[in-house]
Design a protein around this ligand. Structure first.
Ligand SMILES: Nc1ncnc2c1ncn2[C@@H]1O[C@H](COP(=O)(O)OP(=O)(O)OP(=O)(O)O)[C@@H](O)[C@H]1O
Ligand SMILES: [Mg+2]
Length: 300
């Protein structure tokens, strides 16, 4: 059975889509069949893989509304082992249209069920909100990967996300695990970044991915060319870091691998409680000062 990973964080612009595209591409490059599902009306994962807007194309909207099967929505991509289920901005409507619908939180899970045998990884790119679309993704998922920007307010809002995960576990999807927390746009040379990393390590423990994603211009450029970074510039630091992240996640899944045998990292590891989350946010708020502006600029 394939593993379904939702890339989620209700905070905007933290690197969800960049992570979803490049992680999925890296899985595919590792020669495992991978499906990327765009669950965001902004449709950045769709355009980032080179697909122009097309309201008539079968998309995640039709899946949620029960108007098409996932099979019918599949698009092939430039990478042989990567498929895409696109989104369109009409997906905003699903949030409203599904309000009173039966089993409205299970629509994505049910739609993807027939494909789980076929793909080793299914990666879901979520919108920056804890709305019905993200809820559908989290109910469909085995695990959630949380990208966080290595910045001063990284932990702000995290308690809300962890709360949501807990509530989903309690009511809708007891198997939902935290795949990991990945630091994005990370400039390891700054004191601030190191401070944030230490903070997150204390908070998330083994759930903090060893691999960090650097701020890298190629990662920002690649979507405008409709390509994953490893196609656009395979030697870039950005492409390399996502390949490393994919390896780390594959390694975590492999039974008897170092990670899972040493740390017991498997499905169902507990996430920190809300109280712990809030305490950490409060601690991070009392961090004394931002580094000098010129220190930040040097490493940008
Ligand atoms: N590691 C990186 N290096 C440089 N630029 C990056 C990196 N990661 C993301 N970006 C850029 O930052 C912006 C936000 O990234 P992205 O769209 O992946 O975030 P998001 O969390 O999906 O945003 P949203 O919440 O709007 O969906 C984009 O312009 C993207 O190209
Ligand atoms: Mg996005």
């Amino acid at each position: 059975m394939g593993r379904v990973i939702a890339v989620a964080n209700q905070k905007g612009g933290v690197g969800k889509t960049t992570t979803a595209i490049n992680l999925a591409a890296s899985f595919a490059a590792a020669e495992v069949n991978t499906l990327l599902v765009d669950c965001d009306p902004q449709s950045n994962a769709t355009s980032g893989l080179g697909f122009v807007k097309d309201p008539d194309r079968v998309s995640s909207y039709h899946l949620l509304m029960g108007e098409a099967t996932a099979e019918e929505a599949l698009l092939t991509t430039e990478l042989e082992q990567l498929w895409l289920i696109p989104a369109h901005k009409n997906l905003i409507g699903a949030n409203i249209e599904l309000v009173d619908a039966e089993s409205r939180e299970f629509r994505m899970r049910e739609a993807l069920a027939p494909l789980r045998e076929r793909f080793q990884f299914i990666v879901l790119d979520c919108p920056p909100a804890l709305d019905l679309l993200t809820l559908n993704a989290l109910v469909a998922a085995d695990a959630v990967l949380i990208p966080m920007q290595g910045e001063y307010f990284a932990l702000e809002g995290i308690s809300e996300l962890l709360d949501t995960i807990e509530r989903i576990r309690a009511a809708l999807n007891p198997e939902l695990a935290v795949e990991g927390v990945v630091l994005t746009m990370f400039d390891e040379r700054t004191n601030l970044a190191q401070q944030v990393k230490t903070e997150l390590k204390n908070f998330f423990g083994d759930k903090l991915c060893t691999t960090t994603i650097p701020r890298n211009i190629r990662l920002a450029e690649a979507p405008s060319h409709g390509k994953a970074a490893l196609v656009y510039d395979p030697r870039s630091k950005g492409a390399e870091s996502y390949i490393k992240l994919a390896k780390e996640i594959i390694e975590r899944q492999a039974p008897g691998s170092l990670q899972s045998s040493v740390h017991g990292v498997e499905i169902g590891i507990e996430t920190p409680t809300t109280e712990e989350a809030i305490a950490t946010v409060e601690r991070s708020e009392s961090v004394e000062e931002m580094p000098a502006k010129d220190e930040m600029d040097k490493t940008a």
